[in-house]
Ligand binder design. Sequence first.
Ligand code: DGY
Length: 327
Amino acid sequence: MQQKILVARAVFPDVIDRLSQYFEVAANQADHVYADQELVEKMTGMDGLLTTGSERITAAALAANPGLKAVCNMAVGYNNIDVDAATRSGIMVTNTPDVLNETTADFAWALMMATARRITEAEHWLRAGKWVKWRYDTLLGADVHGSTLGIIGMGRIGQAIARRSSGFGMQVIYHNRSRLTADLEGRANDAQFVSKEVLLRTADHVMLVLPYSPETHHTIGAAELALMKPSATLTNVARGGIVDDVALIAALRERRIASAGLDVFENEPALHPDFLTLPNVVLTPHIASASESTRRAMANCAADNLIAALCGTSPPNLLNPAVRRKE
Ligand code: DGY
């Protein structure tokens, strides 16, 4: 009997066609966002799932579907999946690392530069008809070239961001769970490992690229924002919840830091309404990996993982190798 899979959100139609060569596919090309219980029901009888970072795959959802063999996330982050519960239930979990490193690093730079040089604020000002004369102090921003870039979370994407900084003559400092090898530090524009406190006090531009977990919840809160320079910017391309949004809103409103560039939010897509009232924040809707070719690569990577998982080979991006395959 053909195995059944659920593709929980809309994806490129050719990826559905590809999966249909192997499985009976329940697709959601209408892109309905399933509520938690609805998702559990849709999972019933499925051998595999292709999910995005938006679906919460909880221990309860996994327990309700004992026949499930694999959950393949179309994202590098996988904080939406209870991986420990999946491992205990013998369910393989995969993600899509590497294929998005360079695209996400490009976007992180775009967001940091827009934030430092007030690009979106300037465009709103211009569109509002406020540009009536040249002034020496119109929309003054912060320089990026020659400044100090502080990266918190120096994984593959953090290193790709650091590499780009050599063209801007920047100094790179970073904080990470563990220090990189000297070779990797060298390739990351001679990045220097420092404590989180030193990074926050020293950096002109702070960039967050760390994974979300209970340990990294509110890595940046009121106390950390208080350490930053009043002229500094903060860019988050990682996950909502790493920053305490209420504390950040207060810091931006009181100009305790200069500005922020945010691609991710607590409770997204329902971002805190006060962000919309602040001129000194650049807001984007979780699109750091959203180039055509990278999103295609992510979808195909998730499909590769699912095909491998259900067809008896080890998926290339297995997150829980301790899992024992279900027959
Ligand atoms: C990722 O891959 O984790 C991106 O944030 C898209 O969800």
